[in-house]
Design a protein around this ligand. Structure first.
Ligand code: OXD
Ligand code: MN
Length: 594
């Protein structure tokens, strides 16, 4: 299959450890994919869905203890503990290899070992990175075939001597006590054992494209970020591209696939999707920052997706989609909470495979959800109706703006513009997001999630802040940076801002600001929009409500300052001085001393 000696040696070595019945190389052909689906349906690892209503779609249930990323079992394994930093779990590489090898040993007896050569990014682009994943799960193979460019063509690109990230994955016995997600940045390797869940098992995604890639990016002078990428087309045909970092479950997929409100669509505005989760950023020869989506698929959360929240997603998941942990209806279609319509009264199975009907309760009277809250769809990017025609351009797309967003019931206003790059790095570094939607007045627990990268930065977060600052000095035409919060609530708990398509109005204000237009008010936290600087066509939104969205509660901000200080203190001397400076400067502005 390959003349790459290093790759052959590695696969042989891993096979000696895991002892599969057979090694199968994934070539990326339709024929092999069909055979794998047939085999997995035979063993009930997969269920074929209704081929008339959901052509090419399949269904999978994970083990009940294996439904989300397990951050507590995810480690950065560097020889020096400080290189992993305070925000990561750390394990010494020798211990990590040893512990995992014991679990991997003989774990593929009676199973196949699949070898998947894959490229993150279009094959041959200077952005792209090659990985090879070994796995004993057909479900994982099929997901990787959607989420990455995989197969023979990648081996051709790799050639006889090219280097690649070695990604070893095995389900073993899916025992949470024998589950480890290990990253070895110094060896360009990932070992993941004991989980079949997406984020833990599709090693091209979070493990390679964020944790390992962030390390490579620092060495090589680029950035690997947890960001969506979208394009806003103006009536004159010009397109501005925006990248946005939001923590998981803050609406990145919905924003990336935004449908313009009717009045703006009539004026000629369009939104193009480039990516919904990961962006690799490089400085182009023209001095601008260019962004590429390294993935080839979307791995989206199903619950809450419906034709109001995300019509583009609903249209793209009608075929060639892998559904995981949703409700299975009697006609072999799927359903989830806050999805489309109601499920049939009879014959549904919930995500664990038990008979289920809407409103079913447990012995304590609590309603049982039919779909696991983190149930997913896996779908090729090309099926999205709003996909940008140039999404595979090997150069990426040039960024006009960067957005940091999170979920705050009260503190952060709808939008503000950072004063400059250094201020933006401070704003991103101290971004907090509520774990759950908090009631007004009772602040929900805030978790700091710098640049939405807390679970994904593969090295010391303080060095990551330094890298952001350094990148700023290399970009000649820096994107302007904005902070958004679509989630501010009224006293009664209702959201103030309608969100979804209406968010385009805010993106247009940002673009105006980047072009040197768009009025603003200077405040201690940044530049806020004026009511009249927003295009309100087709939306009745009062000046008063707009004021509520942008009110700055100085007392709350000062409390936040104290929390920020505490959060940043963990980085000690490694914290760039510039961030201390920005912290002090904001404090002074809030106190009216500047
Ligand atoms: C996430 C995801 O958990 O994208 O962030 O799946
Ligand atoms: Mn994500």
């Amino acid at each position: 299959m390959t003349n790459n000696k290093e790759l052959r040696r590695w696969v042989e070595h891993m096979a000696r450890m895991c002892k599969p019945d057979k090694v199968v190389w994934i070539d990326g052909s339709e024929e092999q994919k069909r055979e794998l689906i047939a085999e997995a349906c035979r063993t009930e690892e997969l269920i074929e869905l209704n081929q008339e209503k959901l052509r090419g779609c399949i269904y999978h249930r994970t083990a009940v203890n294996d439904v989300a990323r397990t951050e507590g079992l995810t480690y950065i394994c560097t020889s020096n503990e400080e290189d992993a930093g305070t925000t990561n779990n750390w394990m010494a590489p020798e211990e990590a290899y040893d512990r995992a090898a014991q679990i991997f040993s003989g774990s593929m007896r009676g199973r196949m070992m699949y070898v998947i050569p894959f490229s993150m990014g279009p094959i041959g682009s200077e952005f792209s990175k090659i990985g090879v994943q070994i796995t004993d799960s057909i479900y994982v193979v099929l997901n990787m075939l959607v989420m990455t460019r995989a197969g023979k063509k990648v081996l051709e690109q790799l050639g006889t001597s090219g280097s690649f990230t070695r990604c070893l994955h095995g389900k073993a016995d899916l025992d949470i006590n024998r589950r480890l997600i290990l990253h070895f940045p110094q060896d360009n390797a990932i070992w993941s054992v004991g989980s079949g869940y997406g984020g833990n098992a599709l090693l091209g995604k979070k493990c390679l494209s964020l944790r390992i890639a962030s390390c490579l990016a620092r060495e090589e002078g680029w950035m690997a970020e947890h960001m969506l990428i979208l394009g806003v087309e103006h009536p004159d045909g010009q397109i501005d591209y925006i990248a946005g970092a939001f923590p998981s479950a803050c609406g990145k997929t919905n924003l990336a696939m935004l449908v313009p409100p009717e009045a703006l669509a009539k004026k000629g505005y369009k939104v193009w999707t480039v990516g919904d989760d990961i962006a690799w950023l490089r400085v182009g020869r023209d001095g601008r920052l260019w962004a590429l989506n390294p993935e080839a698929g979307f791995f989206g959360v199903a619950p809450g997706t419906n034709s109001k929240t995300n019509p583009n997603a609903m249209a793209m998941i009608r075929e060639n989609t892998i559904y995981t942990n949703t409700v299975l209806c009697p006609d072999r279609t799927v359903w989830w909470e806050d999805g489309e319509g109601l499920p049939p009264d009879e014959g549904c199975l919930d995500w664990t495979g038990r008979p289920w009907r809407l409103g079913k309760t447990d012995e304590h009277g609590h309603v049982i959800a039919g779909a696991q809250p983190n149930s997913r769809f896996t779908v090729p990017v090309g099926q999205c109706p709003s996909i940008a025609p140039n999404w595979q351009d090997p150069r990426g797309v040039p960024l006009t703006a960067i957005v940091f967003g999170s979920r705050r019931a009260r503190l952060a206003p709808l939008v503000y513009q950072c004063f400059n790059w250094q201020h933006a790095v401070y704003v991103g570094a101290t971004m907090g997001s509520e774990r759950t939607a908090a009631q007004y007045g009772k602040q929900g627990e805030v978790r700091f999630d710098p640049m939405a990268m807390l679970p994904f930065c593969g090295y010391n977060m303080a060095d990551y802040f330094r890298h952001w600052l350094e990148m700023g000095t290399r970009i000649l035409h820096r994107p302007k940076v904005f902070r958004v919060n679509w989630f501010r609530r009224e006293e009664n708990g209702d959201f103030i801002w309608p969100g979804y398509g209406e968010n385009l109005r805010i993106l247009l204000w940002m673009i105006n600001r980047c072009r040197g237009n768009g009025a603003s008010i200077k405040t201690p936290i940044g530049y806020l929009p004026t009511y009249d600087s927003i295009d309100w066509s087709g939306l009745e939104f009062s000046r008063h409500a707009f004021g509520d969205l942008h009110a700055i509660f100085t007392e709350d901000w000062l409390e936040e300052q104290a929390l920020n200080k505490q959060f940043l203190a963990q980085f000690g001397d490694r914290l760039p001085q510039e961030l201390r400076f920005e912290h002090a400067a904001r404090e002074r502005r809030l106190r009216g001393e500047d």
